[in-house]
Design a protein around this ligand. Structure first.
Ligand SMILES: Nc1ncnc2c1ncn2[C@@H]1O[C@H](COP(=O)(O)OP(=O)(O)O)[C@@H](O)[C@H]1O
Ligand SMILES: CC(=O)N[C@@H](CCC(=O)OP(=O)(O)O)C(=O)O
Length: 310
């Protein structure tokens, strides 16, 4: 389908000229505020969906770049790693949202993340008219990782025990020079959540954690976590539009925040403590979710800051 101004790739009725002008005027304060700033976008495996969803995501990223914002994409691929492990007959399990990663698993995780998915996203950005550079945390010393250990409770024991997660890592140091070089050259960095350890070993890093560490180290204006829910929901299933550390703690005590949302919110808090201005959890399945978040006054999803007005 050809993309003319009156035949947008996203479909729908063309806007009247007056409405088009209003949309652009509404975006003006946001364009002025964020020009030249870095937005770290975490694109999760669940949010990737089908070809159309990937194309819509890529268009948003290219548009951000075109208006002078510097998008940095960090991607996941948990479901896709799971599918490949299944095809190869390798069993997999999670502890507190982290995949227990033995030698065979880390090899497959790197192949899926740095190979297949990274290049699919690069291709989608190129198809949308941008230029992307696909790398992992291993490239140019971007992420030095260290091993993660977890204390957890087994079903039949009340005692916390250390669980060896194998080659699961977390960023220890970040050297964002390669990101800055790419950005200054007009490229959009697309980063797979794989890092190298002190002795050259490969570590599998949770993609939220990777994105949060990069956003914090770069002092990003925003960390955007695209997932498969509208944002953080309260006990009545209603979207919570703003959260700080105290409110998160209260929701946790009520048992409202569970599963993958716990590490996600921890990532948001640590990124904002480290220097990222704010994090937003939003629904990556919604067409053009990022544009709705950035360029409309009402925003979308849940905005997280370490402190209220922080
Ligand atoms: N209070 C909450 N609000 C929204 N989602 C929640 C909440 N508590 C737990 N969740 C769960 O967190 C999930 C998102 O985390 P996760 O599955 O790790 O996402 P991703 O794979 O995109 O990183 C949601 O699909 C939902 O099942
Ligand atoms: C250690 C660990 O759990 N790594 C993740 C990396 C991918 C990821 O985080 O992908 P999503 O964002 O799509 O969940 C994994 O192996 O699934």
């Amino acid at each position: 389908m050809s993309e003319t101004p009156d035949n947008p790739a996203s479909g729908g009725e063309p806007l009247q000229p007056g409405a088009k002008a209003s949309v652009l005027i509404e975006a003006l304060p946001f364009l002025r505020r964020y020009a030249g700033r870095t937005f770290v976008v975490k694109y999760g495996g669940h949010a990737m969906g089908d070809h159309a969803a990937a194309a819509s995501f890529a268009q948003d990223v290219v548009l951000l770049k075109a208006v002078g914002i510097n998008p940095v994409v960090v991607h996941g691929g948990g479901p896709q790693i799971g599918a490949m492990l299944g095809r190869l007959g390798v069993e997999s399990r999670f502890v507190d949202g982290l995949r227990v990663t033995d030698e065979a698993t880390v090899e497959i995780a790197e192949m899926v993340l740095s190979g297949a998915i990274n290049k699919q996203i690069v291709a989608a950005i190129h198809a949308a008219g941008g230029r992307a550079l696909g790398i992992s945390g291993k490239d140019a010393g971007l992420v030095r990782a260290r091993k993660v250990s977890r204390e957890t409770r087994t079903q039949d024991s009340a005692i916390e025990q250390m669980v060896d997660l194998g080659f699961v890592g977390e960023p220890e140091t970040i050297d964002p020079k390669v990101i800055e070089m790419a950005t200054e050259s007009g490229l959009i960095p697309v980063i797979a959540p794989i890092g190298a350890g002190e002795n050259g070993e490969t570590f599998n890093i949770n993609a939220d954690t990777m994105a949060g560490a990069i956003a914090g180290a770069m002092g990003a204006a925003r960390l955007l976590l695209l997932t498969d829910v509208a944002g953080v929901l309260d006990g009545d299933g209603q979207l919570v539009t703003e959260l700080d550390e105290a409110k998160i703690e209260a929701l946790r005590k009520q048992g409202v925040i569970t599963g993958g949302m716990i590490p996600k919110l921890e990532t948001c808090l640590s990124a904002t403590r480290d220097g990222c201005e704010a994090a937003v959890i939003l629904d990556g399945r919604v067409d053009h979710a990022m544009l709705l978040e950035f360029f409309t006054a009402s925003g979308a999803g849940t905005l997280v800051r370490a402190r209220e007005n922080g």
